[in-house]
Design a protein around this ligand. Structure first.
Ligand code: PRP
Length: 214
C-alpha cells in the first residue's frame, strides 16, 4: 500500500515554482492553489501532503521527521548542517554566496575584518580557510546596511540579481559559492518510504535536468 509523503515547501516564489515541479511530476494537489491562509494541503489520491514553512525552517521540519522530504537552499544546508540526505539539485533558486562591500574596498590585513552576515558559519569557515581573523556581526536581515553605516567592513550574503548591492553603491568583492535549491529527505523516511521518495526524486530529477537544458 502506498504510504503518505509529507513535503515541506518553502513559502514564497521559490516554493510556488517547486510545487509546479511536483505537480508536473504527478504529485498534484489543486487545493494548494487556493488563496487562503491554510498551511497544510493534501491529496488523498496521491497520498501527498504539502505544508508551507519559512524557507530557513524547511531543513528543521525534515530533520525532525515532521516532513519526509522538503526543498531547502544550499545556503541553509551549509549554514546549519542539518542531519538530512541531500537527494537532488533542482537547478532553481539560483544565487551566489558572496563577500560584498564598498566599491574598491581594500582589506587592511593589519586589522581584524568586521563581517556582517546572517550566515555566520559559512563566513567563519570561509575566512578560517584563508587564515583571516574576523569579527562576526550576526544580523537577521538588511545586511547591506552594515557597511553603509560603517558598522562592518564587508558582508557575507546572498546575491541574486545584484540589485540590492547596486542600489546601495556596494559590489561583490569575492564569490564564495554558487547556491541553488535542493531536495532533502529525512534519514528514517528515506529508509522506510524509500520507494515513494525515490519515485519522487527520479521524476523531479528528470524534470529539472530537462529544464536546465533549456
Ligand atoms: C536577500 C539578500 C540580499 C538580497 C539579494 O535578502 O540578503 O539582501 O536578497 O538579492 P538581489 O541580489 O536580487 O538584490 P532578502 O530579500 O531575503 O531580505 P533580508 O534583507 O531580510 O535578508
Amino acid at each position: 500500500m502506498k504510504q503518505w509523503i509529507n513535503v515541506a515547501l518553502p513559502k514564497g516564489r521559490l516554493g510556488e515554482n517547486v510545487y509546479k515541479i511536483f505537480d508536473e511530476a504527478g504529485y498534484s494537489c489543486p487545493s494548494i492553489l487556493e488563496t487562503n491562509r491554510k498551511l497544510i494541503f493534501e491529496n488523498e489520491e496521491n497520498k501527498i501532503r504539502y505544508f508551507w514553512v519559512k524557507p530557513s525552517d524547511v531543513a528543521i521540519y525534515v530533520e525532525r521527521g515532521a516532513a519526509d522530504i522538503g526543498v531547502a537552499g544550499k545556503d541553509i544546508l551549509l549554514e546549519y548542517e542539518p542531519d538530512v540526505f541531500e537527494l537532488a539539485d533542482l537547478n532553481m533558486g539560483k544565487c551566489r554566496m558572496c563577500v560584498a562591500g564598498h566599491k574598491g574596498f581594500r582589506d587592511n590585513t593589519a586589522r581584524t575584518l568586521r563581517v556582517a552576515t546572517k550566515f555566520q558559519n559559512i563566513a567563519k569557515r570561509y575566512y578560517a580557510e584563508k587564515s583571516r581573523q574576523i569579527d562576526i556581526i550576526k544580523l537577521n536581515g538588511s545586511i547591506e546596511l552594515a557597511p553603509i553605516l560603517k558598522m562592518s567592513d564587508v558582508i557575507v550574503d546572498i546575491v541574486e540579481t545584484g540589485t540590492t548591492l547596486r542600489e546601495n553603491n556596494l559590489e561583490v568583492l569575492e564569490e564564495i559559492l554558487p547556491i541553488s535549491a535542493r531536495l532533502v529527505s529525512n534519514k528514517v523516511s528515506y529508509k522506510f518510504k524509500n520507494n515513494e521518495i525515490m519515485n519522487i526524486c527520479d521524476r523531479i530529477n528528470e524534470i529539472c535536468s530537462v529544464k536546465d537544458d533549456k
